[in-house]
Design a protein around this ligand. Structure first.
Ligand SMILES: NC(=O)c1ccc[n+]([C@@H]2O[C@H](COP(=O)([O-])OP(=O)(O)OC[C@H]3O[C@@H](n4cnc5c(N)ncnc54)[C@H](OP(=O)(O)O)[C@@H]3O)[C@@H](O)[C@H]2O)c1
Length: 200
C-alpha cells in the first residue's frame, strides 16, 4: 500500500511508521519534518499536500495539539487550541482527503487516553478526543467507495513518559510497538468506525 503519515516525526507517528514501514511505501508529512510540508491548522495547505502525495491507499494522522492546564484558569482561547488544531486538523484531513484517497482506502486518526481515563488539566484534550471518536463513528456510515475510517486511542506512550512527568499519575504507559500494531490493525485490517484502544 501507499500510505501517508502526517506527524510521522513525533512519538506517536514513529510508532505507526516503525510498524508499517517495510511492507508498505510510506510518505511522511509535517510542518517542518517529513517528505511533504503541511500544516493541518491551515486547511489551504492540505490540498497541495495530497496533490504532491499522488495516489494513496491509506492516510494516518498522528498530529494534533490541545491545551493542557487547570480548568479554573482555562479560557475560551485556550480551549479553542484543541478544537482548531487537533480536532479540525484531523477532520479537515478527512474532508479534503476523501477526494484523493483510493477506492477501499482508509483513514486512521489519533485520539488518546484522556476521554476514557481523564487526568487533571486534560479537559480540552479529553473533549477533543471524544469529538474525534464521535466523528469517526458517524463518518464511517457515509464513507464512499468502500473507504474505511478508524481512530487509534493510545495510552501514554512509553517514549513520552519523561515529557509528561507528573501529569498521568498511576497510568501504565504503552510501548511504541504495541501502539504501532493498533495502526496496523486499522490500515491493514477490515475494521471501520472503530476506536482502536492501545493500552499496555
Ligand atoms: N505521546 C503520547 O503519549 C500520546 C498518547 C496518546 C495520544 N497522543 C496523541 O497523539 C498525537 C501525536 O502526539 P505526539 O506525542 O506524537 O506529538 P509530537 O511528538 O509533538 O509529534 C507531533 C508530530 O506531528 C507533526 N505536527 C505537529 N503539528 C502539526 C500540524 N499542525 N500539521 C502537520 N503536522 C504537525 C510534528 O512535526 P512538525 O513539528 O514537523 O510539524 C510531529 O511530527 C497527539 O494528538 C496526541 O494527543 C499522544
Amino acid at each position: 500500500m501507499r500510505i501517508l503519515i502526517v506527524g510521522a516525526g513525533g512519538e506517536g507517528g514513529k510508532a505507526a511508521l516503525r510498524a508499517l514501514k517495510g511492507r508498505h511505501e510510506i510518505i511522511t508529512a509535517g510542518r517542518k519534518s517529513g517528505d511533504i510540508s503541511v500544516d493541518l491548522t491551515d486547511s489551504a495547505s492540505i490540498e497541495p499536500m495530497f496533490r504532491k502525495s499522488g495516489s494513496l491507499d491509506a492516510v494516518v494522522a498522528t498530529a494534533g495539539h490541545s491545551h493542557f492546564g487547570p480548568l479554573s484558569a482555562m479560557t475560551e482561547k485556550d480551549f479553542r487550541k484543541g478544537l482548531d488544531d487537533k480536532l479540525m486538523g484531523q477532520i479537515n484531513l478527512v474532508l479534503i482527503g476523501l477526494k484523493h484517497i483510493a477506492d477501499a482506502g482508509s483513514f486512521t486518526l489519533t485520539t488518546g487516553v484522556l476521554d476514557r481515563d481523564p487526568v487533571r488539566g486534560g479537559a480540552n484534550a479529553a473533549a477533543v478526543n471524544g469529538a474525534i471518536s464521535a466523528f469517526v463513528r458517524s463518518a464511517a456510515l457515509e464513507m464512499p467507495r468502500g473507504i474505511r475510517i478508524n481512530a487509534v486511542s493510545p495510552a501514554l506512550l512509553e517514549d513520552s513518559v519523561a515529557r509528561f512527568a507528573g501529569v498521568f499519575p498511576g497510568h501504565i504507559p504503552v510501548s511504541s510497538a504495541r501502539a504501532g500494531q493498533a495502526y496496523v490493525k486499522s490500515v491493514e485490517g477490515a475494521l471501520t468506525g472503530q476506536i482502536i484502544i492501545a493500552d499496555a
